[in-house]
Write a protein that binds this ligand. Structure first.
Ligand code: ADP
Length: 541
């Protein structure tokens, strides 16, 4: 190939797809290419052989002047991006932009070009149009900002929803607590057969309402990522047996057999969250009984090796001989608020949340849930969880008051307790529960009054409601404990405080423990639980 001629080189510069200006060491413009003329309103007569700052006077004392001088004096190369001065030269993408005086975004290279051996340089200014790139960047940035804002808004909305549901559930639980408590008390009175039946309906409806509230609360907590799994060693057999025992009567009444088979090879103690496993099982068994008219329901528990994940797993199967689920609905029914057909609610009740919660809980526990089903033949729900046998012979300490025997009223210890509760109905309920017992009950309507009363009077125990006006339960507990600390009260002499909480959320309960309560009772308070707890925390041995 023959060498390029001077003319070739000139054509290349003139037809280049970028703007080129060449200045000599006196800042006289020696060359300006066609691209520059096309996109500016200038003609060769305006530019050529003119002093650079005569043509572009507004570029004096700018970074461009510095860079040009740097280029000519120091022979240094500079790049000026569009970030600080996006459009230094009067260049426009088209006539419309020219009329509107909307300059194009420019990206500059300022390059020294050595001239012979004179030691002098020319300065070449290359100008690229980066408008499209900047527009894309801006759009992308806007989309990212929008995505971040949308995500933040979604998180805020979800938190607001969860807070709303938590406080709504509290508001509903408190009166429901009184309704159920009163029903329990009414059951102890003399009743006609009719009245007993009415009360049973009342109690069952109350309980059903509780379950729905709990489902909604759980679901919103899972959605907001607030539900935590609490793993510890527990007896799997006990949890399965205990859960089945909740359903025997219902199964019997429907004429359905309910049995279980737990593999003898399983470790007697496993590591996991018994409450959540039980919650999933309750959902599945509840459904199995609801949707089975005849036949049987069986629960099998065994250990298996998962070939896909290469690990030992614990399998819990709940199999029924019920109405089954059509194939096209198999996946769908794990979605929230989904039922096989819309008549289900009318016929069987339910919210369509049970399986959605079960699926999320199983996944939070590191497992999976499956379903096989045949219409009119039955369904099998299979839960696969990580199998973590707990091999430790140390007997688990019984630290709780659950299951302890309570003496009859005449042998019950004489006690003076403080009930801190702002709802007169709940006060009446506790007073009624303890009427036959030698227990003197003082009442404080809020945390501040409780703080004062516990300073003036020696109580054997304090029952402390959590949500109260003026000073809430946690604050009051915290202050009572601070006072004990100042007085150097010994642990054995410290005042037993039991939190009464309408909110079953784990983090609310841990907050009460952090404040310093000894134990807690969730509302609706049951008479037996209250007595066990009072006895446990006040017995002197
Ligand atoms: P709910 O029971 O409150 O309606 P679930 O999420 O627990 O909500 O169940 C969703 C739907 O899946 C049910 O309404 C029912 O149509 C179907 N389903 C669940 N379990 C079974 C079962 N064992 N047999 C037949 N259908 C079932």
């Amino acid at each position: 190939m023959s060498a390029l001629t001077l003319q070739n080189l000139q054509t290349i510069i003139q037809k280049s797809g970028i703007g080129i200006l060449i200045l000599d060491s006196d800042l006289i413009i020696r060359l300006c290419n066609l691209w520059f003329y096309r996109y500016s309103s200038l003609t060769p007569a305006d530019v050529e052989n003119k002093h650079f700052f005569e043509v572009f006077s507004d570029l004096r004392e700018t970074r461009i002047e510095n860079s040009i001088r740097f280029c000519l004096d120091e022979k240094q190369y500079s790049i000026l991006t569009h970030t600080l001065n996006p459009y230094p030269f009067p260049l426009y993408e088209n006539n419309k932009a020219k009329v509107e005086n909307k300059r194009m975004y420019q990206y500059l290279h300022i390059i020294p070009i050595p001239v012979n051996d004179s030691g002098k340089s020319l300065c070449m200014i290359q100008i690229s149009d980066v408008s499209q790139q900047v527009i894309r960047e801006n759009m992308l940035r806007e989309q990212m900002n929008l995505a971040t804002t949308t995500k933040e808004e979604a998180i805020r909305a979800s938190n607001a929803k969860s807070d709303f549901l938590a406080s709504m559930s509290h508001e509903i639980r408190t009166p429901l607590n009184s309704i159920l408590g009163m029903t329990e008390l009414m059951e102890e009175t003399k009743l006609t057969e009719d009245q007993r039946e009415y009360i049973e309906v009342l109690r069952n409806s109350g309980k059903a309402l509780f379950n729905i509230i709990n489902d909604i609360l759980d679901f919103s907590r899972i959605e907001a990522g607030k539900l935590e799994i609490d793993n510890h060693p527990f007896s799997l057999t006990n949890v399965i047996d205990e859960t089945l025992s909740l359903f025997f009567l219902r199964a019997k009444n429907k004429g359905i057999r309910l049995d279980s088979e737990i593999s003898p090879n399983l470790s007697s103690s496993v590591y996991g969250d018994p409450i959540r496993i039980q919650q999933v099982l309750i959902n599945l068994l509840g459904n199995a009984i609801k949707f089975t008219q005849e036949g049987s329901i069986s629960v099998s528990v065994y250990q298996d090796f998962d070939l896909e994940y290469h690990k030992e797993i614990l399998v819990i199967e709940v199999k029924d001989t019920g109405m089954g689920i059509p194939p096209e609905k198999l996946e769908k029914i794990f979605e929230s608020f989904t039922q096989v057909d819309s008549s289900t609610t009318r016929q069987f009740g339910g919210t369509g949340l049970g399986l959605a919660i079960s699926k999320k809980l199983t996944e939070l526990m590191g497992g999976r849930i499956f379903l096989t089903s045949q219409l009119s033949k039955g369904s099998t729900f299979i839960i696969k969880l990580p199998y973590l046998p707990y091999i430790d012979n140390v007997h688990l300490m019984v630290t709780s008051w659950e299951g302890i025997e309570v003496p009859e009223p005449e042998n019950f210890p004489k006690l003076k307790i403080l009930l801190t509760e702002d709802s007169p109905e709940n006060v009446f309920l506790v007073q009624s529960f303890l009427r036959k017992y030698p227990i003197e009950i003082d009442v404080a309507e809020n945390g501040q009054i409780a703080l004062d009363k516990t300073e003036q009077t020696k109580y054997d125990l304090v029952l402390m409601d959590m949500q109260m006006p003026i000073m809430d339960g946690n604050d009051a507990i915290l202050r009572i404990r601070e006072r004990e600390l100042k007085k150097h009260t010994k642990t054995k002499d410290s005042l037993p405080i039991i939190a009464l909480t309408a909110n079953v959320a784990k983090e609310d309960i841990s907050k009460s423990f952090e404040a310093g309560c000894n134990s807690y009772l969730t509302k609706p308070v049951k008479k037996m639980d209250l007595l066990r707890l009072l006895f446990f925390y006040t017995k002197k041995d």
